[in-house]
Design a protein around this ligand. Structure first.
Ligand SMILES: NC(=O)c1ccc[n+]([C@@H]2O[C@H](COP(=O)([O-])OP(=O)(O)OC[C@H]3O[C@@H](n4cnc5c(N)ncnc54)[C@H](OP(=O)(O)O)[C@@H]3O)[C@@H](O)[C@H]2O)c1
Length: 375
């Protein structure tokens, strides 16, 4: 697609280097520690957001400080999205903010792109994940795209302060929890009556991988029995894909059930979920939240180099996430809804995932995070 090619070329210079010192931002045992980017900068990003938040579409990219997430954030900014940058290290978030803002100049003729919020939250802590959700809920009345991109490939088994193996927590528990807390906001964004804003195009992209296991191993969710880096990673991506499938099923089921209820969908959601935002959104809002999962391509990021070596494309060519998030064709193609994409093409569900497996995994996610979805 020529549009994408020209953005890629334009951003090439932005994405080849990784600025900022390597500051992991790990808590060093201090649970609930919240790094924050210097307040002055946050205020200026916020005022930028307040100036025209109702004019542009808003995208949250988790793990936007490096690799594919950083590239996707730059692409979104260049395409005129207001971007919420998330990372685990203050210096790397600051660096990403500058560069995502710089990327506006390439194609964004109307100056809508750029950073509208930036948050330093480490998914090593589930409290930090909750705090990120609250950051977004408190500061961003509308949210159109949620890119669950952040991920790790761990060299050895590390248990977080929450008691979970880090790959499982960062790659699976964090996106489950974040998505659940933000789902009502995504639904109300989608339910806007003003069709000129195209608010109804709201998407969640859950980044999985072609590196997967055939099934969830419920006896080794936390890698207690056995840990290898590759197995823990593949396991996490298997769970991410199944989480995404089940989320799609739940949204579809809730919308369908609400349509049969004689109360009408708004009252149905109010009674069934107790969630004001979902009640406001109704079936049109919730049903418009498009959920997809994908392999984002094999890309020479620090993660790929650590686990597989330089066998992928360069980061400036890693456009799959951007396209899945923004290209109208995925919204229009019914087969994209809820589907797993490889090379931006729907990979049919292999049939090995069962309702039982998905529901069992969902219970594990609920118990591990203590968070139940309102649907
Ligand atoms: N590269 C590939 O070929 C490939 C293939 C299949 C799937 N994927 C998936 O694509 C996604 C992006 O991967 P990538 O290759 O771009 O990796 P990457 O370059 O290592 O970037 C990962 C991003 O996640 C952030 N992150 C890591 N741990 C975090 C934590 N505890 N809390 C908050 N943020 C954290 C990183 O922050 P820092 O900047 O601080 O490190 C970085 O921004 C991942 O989900 C990965 O599994 C990648």
């Amino acid at each position: 697609m020529p549009f994408i090619a020209s953005i890629s070329t334009g951003l090439r210079g932005l994405v080849t280097g990784r600025g900022g010192s390597k500051e992991t931002g790990r808590p060093g045992g201090a649970k609930g520690r919240h790094l924050s980017v210097d307040v002055k900068s946050q205020v200026s990003w916020r005022s930028l957001a307040a100036a025209d938040d109702d004019q542009r579409r808003i995208a949250l990219v988790t793990g936007a400080t490096d690799g594919i997430g950083f590239h996707t954030a730059c692409m979104l900014s260049a395409a005129g999205y207001g971007v919420i940058v998330h990372g685990r290290s203050a210096s790397r978030v600051r660096n990403a903010v500058d560069r995502v803002n710089e990327s506006r100049s390439f194609l964004d003729k109307f100056g809508k792109g750029g950073v509208v919020g930036a948050y330093v939250r480490d998914f090593d802590s589930l409290d930090d994940v909750r705090a990120l959700a609250r950051d977004v809920l408190d500061n961003h009345p509308r949210l159109h795209l949620l890119d669950n991109n952040a991920g790790v490939f761990e060299p050895s088994r590390h248990v977080t302060d929450d008691g979970f193996e880090r790959t499982f927590q960062v790659n699976v528990l964090a996106p489950y929890l974040l998505t659940g807390m933000l789902l009502p906001r995504l639904a109300t964004t989608a339910s806007s009556d003003d069709e000129s804003k195209h608010d109804e195009d709201v998407r969640i992209l859950n980044v999985a991988s072609i590196s997967q296991l055939p099934h969830v191993n419920f006896d080794n969710i936390n890698a207690e029995q056995k840990f290898t880096s590759h197995e823990a990673y593949c396991h996490s991506k298997t769970m991410m894909k199944l989480f995404s499938f089940e989320l799609h099923e739940r949204i579809s089921r809730a919308v369908e059930l609400s349509s049969y209820d004689e109360l009408g969908d708004h009252d149905y959601f109010a009674m069934k979920t107790g969630c004001t935002e979902l009640a406001t959104a109704g079936a049109r809002g919730l049903g418009s939240v498009l959920t997809m999962t994908c392999d984002p391509g094999t890309v020479n990021t620090k993660m790929l180099l650590a686990g597989w070596g330089p066998c992928g494309v360069e980061t400036f060519d890693a456009n799959d996430q951007f396209e899945l998030l923004t290209d109208a064709k995925y919204r229009d193609e019914v087969k994209s809804h809820g589907a797993y994409h490889v090379n931006r093409t729907v990979r049919q569900r292999p049939g090995e995932d069962t309702k039982e497996e998905r529901e069992r995994l969902w219970r594990v996610l609920e118990e591990s995070t203590g968070f139940e979805y309102p649907i």
